[in-house]
Design a binder for this molecule. Structure first.
Ligand SMILES: *Cc1c(COP(=O)(O)O)cnc(C)c1O
Length: 350
């Protein structure tokens, strides 16, 4: 029954499952020295319109931490949003893998940061008492479901170049953002100044696969060694690569993203005008944030719907996430239940 807790409550898409079965035939050389991993590099080059250094790993936290560790010195500062996954959901992995770099948490609406906020935070260059500005990290789509437009990324890219900072993009939900923008993948990444993208596939149909993509292969530096040290060099790499290859083939990633986004939009339309329900953010990707009366939250939970509470303790705010295989009937059932429960709440207070 409708589980809207996250997009990682899902299984694996049939296309990616089939790719794993195909990769399972015969033998292949280990540690990425196989034809499927080479094919993935070619696929990424075609999708992003340039040759890149591509490194498959199995979790987004590893992807982010290793990407940052490659570009940021131990004494560096990484500017990110206060609610960024790297800042609040990775158990200090970015600090650990960089060898102690400092995440500098910035504020901004809907979990996005802008060039002005980063500029204002840059401080202490050359001062031995201060961490040294090293990178900017943004999340596409953001932790509150907002999408960075190409011009917003370009402004950050321009600022990063001016201050010699690396620009990292956490793309755990990159496909969801991309289909909303309708632009080329290159337009929202390297053409806008992004140096490294951690491209998530797990939440959008894969089993466990994320690609770390350096758009200038010369900047991939020590990544290979850091990945091995970090325990993320898979000996049977072909199975991670096969997921990513299938993901990027025949627009599978975009179709999955479109499906998730469309159902998020449908939920928003069905819920936004109900009495007592407030849509807290415009829906730009596959996440909705809502304020709901207690009785409605409890009623939905009692009917078996799953979702996370969000925001501060004591406020009835919830997050709903749709995914590549969310069923339309579950969305309609959720809306129907909310209609019934909000109607009952109104009658009870009348
Ligand atoms: C899910 C997610 C990740 C990856 O998390 P893992 O659990 O480490 O795979 C990274 N960034 C964001 C914004 C996410 O939502």
């Amino acid at each position: 029954m409708g589980n809207f807790a996250s997009d990682n409550v899902t299984g694996i898409s049939p296309q990616i499952m089939a790719a794993l079965a195909t990769a399972n035939e015969g033998t292949a050389m280990p540690y990425g020295d196989d034809a499927i991993t080479q094919g993935l590099r070619d696929r990424v080059a075609a999708v992003f319109e340039r040759d890149c250094a591509v490194f498959p790993v199995a979790t987004g936290s590893a992807a982010n931490a290793l990407a940052l560790a490659t570009l940021v010195p131990r004494y560096g500062a990484v500017y990110c949003h206060r609610e960024a996954h790297i800042n609040v959901d990775e158990c200090g992995a970015p600090e650990f893998f960089t060898g102690g770099a400092k995440l500098v948490a910035l504020d901004g609406p809907r979990a996005k940061i802008d060039a002005a906020a980063v500029e204002a935070a840059i401080d202490g260059v050359g001062d031995v008492h201060r961490v040294q500005p090293a990178a900017v990290s943004i999340t596409q789509a953001s932790e509150l479901g907002a999408v960075y437009k190409p011009e917003e990324v370009s402004a950050l890219g321009e600022l990063a170049r001016r201050h010699r900072l690396a620009l990292h993009m956490d793309g755990a939900r990159f496909a969801n953002a991309l289909v909303t923008l309708g632009c080329a993948p290159a337009d929202i990444t390297w053409r806008a100044g992004v140096d490294v993208l951690t491209l998530g596939a797990t939440k959008n149909g894969a089993l466990a696969a994320e690609a770390v993509i350096f758009f200038d292969p010369a900047k991939a530096g020590a990544f290979e060694f850091l990945r091995k040290r970090g325990g993320h060099l898979f000996s049977k790499m072909r199975f991670v690569s096969a997921q990513l290859e299938a993901y990027l083939t025949d627009d599978h990633w975009l179709e999955n993203g479109r499906h998730a986004n469309a159902l998020a939009k449908r939920l928003a339309e069905g819920l936004a005008d109900l009495p007592g329900i407030e849509l807290l953010n415009p829906v730009e990707a596959n996440e909705l944030f809502l304020a709901l009366p207690d009785a409605v939250v409890e009623g939905l939970e009692a009917r078996g719907f799953r979702f996370y509470s969000w925001g501060k303790v004591g406020e009835k705010q919830v997050r709903l996430v749709t995914a590549f295989n969310t069923r339309q009937e579950d969305v309609e059932a959720f809306i129907d239940a909310a209609v019934a429960l909000t109607g009952a709440a109104v009658r009870a207070s009348a």
